[in-house]
Design a protein around this ligand. Structure first.
Ligand code: NAD
Length: 323
């Protein structure tokens, strides 16, 4: 028995079948198997195949690639628990799962440091045009591309939760002035760090760099549309490691083309990989850099996610099967 894990007799009986449809740390696969669950690890499984076999499973474990929507849930007659190995459950239809009495578990906080560090990396890459500079050096041209300094610039953090707060702390250490906006009252936490909480209008108008750290749901309206882009400082550096849905993509393209947004650095796209014309235009824009949703993709974060998701999953199984 692994230290700290919950004992459940249903698990030992080997009745419960688990389908893992995205890559997870091997800790999770081995621990669940050792505890007696029947685990099928299919990290590259297609949606068609999931639909074909999901009816045999009690539990599904996903990351962000697998969309657990109405169609999947309809086919999943035995499904009792959905585990999201990570944070950001916008790929799961919460309402439908609740209606069907399916529990959802995830791993809040396990990837905070990794996502925050990637955010700072993207911010510096945007300010110094690192991608172009590195390519120029690799080609042997050694063009000295002039960037901008982040020290003394105003960083506006939208969404002052776990990752937003961590980003603010690092940015302050780099000499940035940080302001924040959140829909909940975060004044106490912000004041403790020396961060001023402002309204969205002021944040948009006074930030040199804006970093997005909001959660989104299926129903959320994009936070950034034409109206918001009209308020930002011309040449704004916009960083987004939260979710693409927080931004109206067509409005962003317009703002990039007009120069209102000077640079867009992101880890998240509306479709991953992108497929719409406007989205491909953003991907290939000369003032855009995109990383392939790797915010949580570090050894440390993946291990923490696996431990936390496994614990939460076992707790949910106990609640469902041992009532
Ligand atoms: P969190 O829940 O700790 O913080 C989110 C904050 O955003 C909360 O304080 C909330 O009140 C605020 N918020 C929500 N909607 C808002 C709105 N419309 N306007 C202003 N504030 C709003 O979440 P977190 O752990 O900090 O994660 C933040 C985001 O980062 C999530 O969307 C998550 O999915 C994403 N994320 C991405 C990666 C990645 O790989 N790129 C990794 C981890 C997390």
């Amino acid at each position: 028995m692994k230290e700290g894990l919950l004992y459940t007799s249903s698990v030992e009986k080997g009745k419960i079948r688990v389908l893992i449809t995205d890559p997870v740390d091997e800790y999770m696969v081995t621990t669940l198997s050792e505890l007696g669950l029947r685990v099928d690890y299919r990290p590259e499984i297609s949606r068609g195949e999931i639909l074909r076999i999901i009816g045999n499973y009690d539990v599904i474990v996903v990351r962000s690639r697998t969309k657990v929507d109405v169609e999947i849930m309809k086919a999943a007659s035995k499904l009792r628990v959905i585990a999201r190995a990570g944070i950001g459950v916008d790929n799961i239809d919460f309402e439908e799962a609740t209606k069907r009495g399916i529990k959802i578990v995830y791993a809040p906080g396990a990837s905070t440091a990794s996502a925050a560090e990637l955010t700072i990396g993207l911010m510096i890459a945007a300010a110094r045009r690192l991608h172009e500079a590195i390519q120029s050096a690799k080609r042997g041209e050694f063009v000295k591309i002039t960037g901008v300094e982040l020290s003394d610039k105003v960083l506006g953090v939208i969404g002052f939760g776990r990752i937003g707060t961590h980003v603010a702390r690092v940015a302050l250490a780099m000499g940035m002035r940080v302001i924040a906006y959140d829909i909940t009252d975060v004044r106490e936490r912000a004041a403790a760090l020396g961060v001023e909480v402002v309204d969205l209008d002021r944040l948009l108008r006074s930030s040199d760099v804006i970093s997005l750290h909001v959660t989104v749901s299926k129903k959320s309206k994009p936070l950034f549309g034409n109206e918001e882009f009209e308020k930002v400082k011309p040449g704004l550096i916009l960083v987004n490691t939260s979710r693409a849905a927080a931004i109206d993509g067509k409005a962003l393209l317009k703002a990039l083309n007009s120069g209102r947004v000077g640079f867009y650095a992101t880890d998240v796209m509306w479709n991953e990989p992108p497929k719409e014309d406007w989205e491909l235009e953003i991907l290939n824009h000369e003032r855009v850099i995109v990383s392939p949703h790797i915010g949580a993709q570090t050894r440390e974060a993946q291990y923490r996610i696996a431990i936390q998701t496994t614990q939460n999953l076992l707790q949910a199984i106990r609640e469902v099967y041992e009532k």
